[in-house]
Design a protein around this ligand. Structure first.
Ligand code: GDP
Ligand code: MG
Length: 259
C-alpha cells in the first residue's frame, strides 16, 4: 500500500465522522470512491463538504447536495474561505456524531480546502494539540469544542493515474510551476470546460472558441507577452490557466449527471 493511502487510512481510522471535501466547481471529479468505501467499511459516518460555494451559483450547489444525498451522503454546500455555510457543517457533524465527543477527520484531494476547513473547525480555542491516550498512531487531536475533536492531519488523497489530464489538474496533482509540459493539461482542462460550461471562458473575455487549442491561443494573446514575430507564448498561457484553476480565478460549473 502506498504511504499516502496508509496515512489516509490512519486518519479515517482515528475518526468517527469523515468529512470528504469536494470542489464545488467539479464535485464529481473531486469525489473519491475509495475513501468513501474505506469510511463505510470501517463503520465511520461519512458526509461531503462541497466547498468553494463562492465560485458557483447557489442553485447548482444545491443540486449537487441533493445528488450526493440521494446516494446516501449527507452534504453541505459551503465556502470555508468566506465562512458561508460553515455553521451548517458543524451542525451536520453534530447530527452525525455516533457519540460525544466526536472525532472528525477531513479528507480530499489537494487544494479542495481541507486545511481551511480544519482551521475553521479548530477555531481559536485550540486547547490541546498533544496526542491523547489511545492515540498511538501519531495523529494529533484538537479539542475545538467540548463535544468536537478534530483530527489535525488532513487525509490527502493522491490523484493517481488519472486517465484524463483534466482530472489530474482538478485533483490537484499538477503544479503549474514545475510540470514539464503544461500545455496538454491546460488543453484538457479547457476541453472539459468547453464541454460542460463554455460560458465559463467569458472570464477570459472569450465569447466563443471552436477548440481548446484556439482558446489557449486567445488567452495567451490577450494576457501574455508575445514572443518574437508576434507569436503567442502558449506554454505561458497554459501555466496561467493551471494557476487560475488553483486560485479559483478559473471557474465553471455543471449539473449532476453530466460526465
Ligand atoms: N474560492 C475559495 N477558495 C477557497 C475556499 N476554501 C479554500 N480555498 C482556497 O483553496 C486553496 C487551497 O486551500 P487549502 O485549505 O490549502 O486546501 P487543501 O490543499 O485541501 O488543504 C487556497 O488558496 C484557499 O484559499 C473557498 O471556500 N472558496
Ligand atoms: Mg492542506
Amino acid at each position: 500500500m502506498a504511504e499516502a493511502w496508509r496515512r489516509v487510512r490512519r486518519v479515517v481510522e482515528d475518526s468517527d465522522v469523515v468529512v470528504e471535501v469536494l470542489d464545488a466547481r467539479d464535485p464529481a471529479a473531486t469525489r473519491n470512491s475509495d475513501v468513501e468505501k474505506l469510511a463505510r467499511s470501517l463503520g465511520k459516518r461519512l458526509m461531503a463538504a462541497i466547498n468553494k460555494a463562492d465560485l458557483v451559483p447557489l442553485e447548482i450547489g444545491l443540486k449537487w447536495k441533493r445528488w450526493l444525498e440521494s446516494q446516501g451522503v449527507p452534504s453541505v454546500f459551503l465556502s470555508a474561505r468566506e465562512r458561508l455555510g460553515t455553521r451548517k457543517l458543524v451542525a451536520y457533524i453534530k447530527r452525525l456524531a455516533p457519540s460525544i465527543p466526536v472525532k472528525v477527520a477531513v479528507v480530499g484531494y489537494p487544494n479542495v480546502g481541507k486545511s481551511t476547513i480544519i482551521n475553521y473547525l479548530k477555531g481559536r480555542h485550540v486547547a490541546s494539540t498533544s496526542p491523547k491516550p489511545g492515540w498511538t498512531r501519531g495523529e494529533q487531536l484538537v479539542r475545538a469544542k467540548s463535544w468536537l475533536l478534530v483530527v489535525d492531519t488532513p487525509g490527502v488523497l493522491a490523484a493517481e493515474g488519472a486517465e484524463d489530464p483534466a482530472l489530474a489538474v482538478i485533483r490537484g496533482a499538477v503544479d503549474p510551476g514545475r510540470v514539464d509540459d503544461a500545455v496538454p493539461y491546460a488543453v484538457a482542462l479547457i476541453e472539459r470546460v468547453l464541454k460542460l460550461n463554455p460560458k465559463a471562458l467569458e472570464a477570459y473575455g472569450l465569447a466563443s472558441a471552436s477548440s481548446a487549442e484556439e482558446a489557449l491561443e486567445l488567452i495567451g494573446r490577450r494576457y501574455g507577452r508575445l514572443m518574437k514575430g508576434g507569436r503567442v507564448n502558449v506554454d505561458e498561457a497554459a501555466r496561467r490557466v493551471l494557476r487560475d484553476w488553483i486560485v479559483g480565478k478559473l471557474t465553471y460549473w455543471y449539473e449532476p449527471d453530466r460526465p
